[in-house]
Design a protein around this ligand. Structure first.
Ligand code: NAP
Length: 290
């Protein structure tokens, strides 16, 4: 069993990007700029935002963190987004989710300029991605593809099982792995809560690659997988003792895997790295760089 180490892969991607940025800045251009909006106080969001800002520093980007109180109204938040959409000094905009209950996240996502939508959640980018066109690809799914590419894991022609169909993880990764992309061309089964247990077991037991994103600790057990499977664990679950674990029973499942992502230090790192890749793309688009 070998680890698909998100820390190593993310550091390598960010280091490559920082060299490119140094070249652009050396030629007189401004730095790429990511703006993050954070509403209210939510401990996990604080930590995700911190790691995004830190990665911007490593990549040589500028970053701005705009904090708004929990009580901000949806119209006021939409007005802030409109302001950033119109500001040419920001290349990429993220509104950190989750948002307070009185704000509809879909209205917020839809309000972000698709050209600044580095999370890749806007219907325009999701649609373009689904059609195989150039787009900002949803960051967690894109990060998984970058990780598979970095470790040269064959995907083309493989049987992948994705468990979970959320708009931010399961759905986009199932589309991306099956699309004719540089990392793709797999045959994909998408399982969800209505998938009968026996059908899920039949599928996972013959899968070459499993991507699990359900948010249930220990969901994938050793009897569910074949020897040599590549296991991508997207889950981030905080146990009562404070430990962070994924959706895979790592201790027992890892020995059967050819490759497996650790949690933490796997997909989470790659999500942030993919945001950096997307921000660079937004910047290159703005300056007509190749
Ligand atoms: P989500 O929106 O709650 O979606 C979970 C999905 O799992 C849903 O589609 C749900 O089905 C499905 N599901 C739940 N129980 C199931 C079961 N028993 N059998 C089969 N499918 C089941 O969660 P998410 O946002 O995709 O996140 C999933 C996990 O990944 C969470 O732990 C989250 O913290 C983590 N995450 C990690 C990253 C990262 O960067 N590493 C990024 C995002 C999320 P239904 O659609 O029918 O409800």
């Amino acid at each position: 069993m070998k680890l698909l180490d998100g820390k190593i892969c993310a550091a390598s991607l960010v280091a490559d990007i920082s060299k490119k940025v140094a070249g652009y800045v050396g030629s007189g251009l401004r730095k790429p700029h990511m703006t993050v909006i954070l509403v209210g106080e939510h401990a996990p969001s604080e930590s995700y935002v911190k790691s995004k800002i830190k990665s911007c520093e490593s990549a040589g980007f500028e970053s701005s963190l705009l904090r708004f109180p929990e009580s901000i109204t949806e119209p006021d938040l939409l007005a802030k987004i409109a302001g950033i959409n119109g500001d040419p000094s920001t290349d990429g905009l993220i509104v950190q989710l989750p948002l307070p209950k009185h704000i509809d996240p879909q209205n917020i996502i839809n309000a972000i300029d698709p050209e600044k939508d580095i999370d890749g959640f806007h219907p325009t980018n999701f649609g373009r991605m689904t059609l195989g066109q150039k787009a900002f690809r949803p960051a967690t799914a894109y990060g998984i593809c970058k990780l598979l590419q970095f470790y040269e894991i064959p995907v083309k022609g493989k049987h992948c099982v994705v468990i979970g169909r959320s708009n931010i993880v399961g759905k986009p990764i199932s589309i991306m792995l099956s699309n004719d992309f540089e990392i793709g061309n797999a045959t994909v089964t998408l399982a969800h809560i209505e998938t009968p247990r026996q059908l899920l077991l039949d599928e996972t037991r013959r899968a070459d690659i499993i991507v699990v994103a359900v948010g249930i600790p220990g969901f994938i057990t050793e009897d569910m997988v074949k020897e040599g499977v590549v296991m991508i664990d997207v889950g981030i679950n905080r146990l009562e003792n404070g430990r962070i674990v994924g959706d895979v029973d790592f201790e027992r499942v890892a020995p059967k895997c050819s490759w497996i992502t650790p949690v933490p230090g796997g997909v989470g790192r790659m999500t942030v790295a993919a945001l950096i890749v997307n921000t660079l793309m937004a910047y290159q688009n703005n300056f007509d760089l190749a």
